[in-house]
Design a protein around this ligand. Structure first.
Ligand SMILES: Cc1cc2nc3c(=O)[nH]c(=O)nc-3n(C[C@H](O)[C@H](O)[C@H](O)COP(=O)(O)O)c2cc1C
Length: 326
């Protein structure tokens, strides 16, 4: 079984990927989307969203990072995919799932699910432009308004030569409202032979096991669940490998991770806004660790990095396991 860390624009950037992959269990990451409109983008755009390109396309823990492209025109998508591959991307992922209105209005993301032919053509053009040894994967939702076209879309993606298909088990219209319709993935999985990766609403080991059972998929992609419980991939990997359980991280192991994450963001962000990713992560962590709530309240109006670090160190001296901060 393989576990993929979901792409999440504005949330899972290279610092978050570095931290999360260091905890184990993740087999592959995907970047936030690179928006492709009408031209070949300069290398700096790819390096900004995927600094790992300068390190063989892998995180510091050696996990490959595929570059995700989002756009509606086959030729320019192909040109940009070829560039990402030249720059060292270990794989190219195509986004046909983004529900954002601004993106959909400008011919990108989930709106393309209304046109299975175009999804096919984009995938085929990218496949043809990228060296054969580099995988081209596709990420979709079940459809735009409903899932009526989904089988056609999936079969078209297979016919276009995609290596794998990841399905977020909701339509664009469903937004992020639970549930995720895992059974719809099962229907389509039986009609294609390329590997299908199931995604959506996996928050626990139990969810992961049920999702595999319902969809029949071996591989899973995990998003928000990992931000709430950073060790979720490791726990799922252990449970599926041999039915073992491994010890979940307690809050006292999370506080040192927060310090480590803040140190990583300080490396790359302006000092004044370096606390923002940390605050955002605390909001996700609150979903599983109630202790993250009061800590968020303590830091939410702080900007000075030294003050934020001091609050985190205090939290660690109360709760933390200092070895994990190293
Ligand atoms: C804030 C946010 C940003 C996202 N950005 C992307 C993105 O850049 N590319 C993409 O394919 N999906 C994106 N997604 C969708 C996720 O990859 C994933 O499909 C979705 O969150 C469902 O999985 P989950 O329930 O495990 O979170 C985003 C989701 C969220 C909540």
């Amino acid at each position: 079984m393989r576990l993929m860390l979901a792409p999440m624009e504005g949330v899972i950037d290279h610092t978050m990927r570095e931290l999360l992959t260091s905890l184990g269990g993740v087999d592959r990451c995907v970047t936030e989307f690179v928006r492709v409109t009408e031209r070949l983008l300069p290398p700096r755009v790819f390096y900004r969203l995927c600094p790992e390109l300068a390190h063989g396309g892998k995180t510091a823990s050696g996990v490959p990072v595929y570059v995700q492209l989002l756009g509606g025109q086959p030729a320019v998508m192909a040109e940009n995919a070829a560039r990402a591959a030249e720059l060292g991307a270990p794989g190219i992922d195509l986004n046909f799932g983004c529900p954002a209105r601004t993106v959909n209005r400008s011919d990108g993301g989930a709106i393309l699910l209304r046109e299975p032919r175009r999804v096919h053509d984009i995938t085929a053009a990218v496949r043809a432009a990228v060296p054969a040894h580099i995988p081209v994967t596709v990420k979709t939702r079940l459809g735009f308004e409903d899932n009526a076209l989904f089988a056609d879309i999936a079969m078209g993606i297979e016919a276009a030569g995609a290596t794998e298909l990841t399905v977020h088990a909701r339509t664009k219209r469903d937004g992020y409202r639970p549930p995720a319709y895992w059974d719809s993935i099962a229907d389509v999985r039986e009609r294609v032979s390329l590997p299908v990766i199931a995604n959506g609403e996996i928050w626990s080991v139990d969810d992961a096991l049920r999702c595999r059972e319902v969809t029949g998929c071996t591989d899973l992609m995990l998003g928000r669940g990992v931000l709430c419980r950073p060790d979720l991939p490791r726990l799922v990997a252990a449970a599926t490998a041999n039915g073992d359980t491994c010890e979940p991280l307690a809050w006292n192991a999370i506080t040192p991770l927060l310090l480590r994450f803040f140190a990583l963001t300080l490396r790359d962000y302006d000092a004044h806004c370096a606390g923002n990713p940390l605050k955002q992560w605390l909001v996700y962590l609150r979903g599983y660790f109630p202790q993250a709530g009061p800590l968020f309240e303590q830091v939410k109006r702080l900007h000075d990095p030294d003050t934020i670090s001091a609050v985190l160190r205090d939290a660690q001296s109360v709760h933390g396991d200092k070895r994990l901060a190293a």
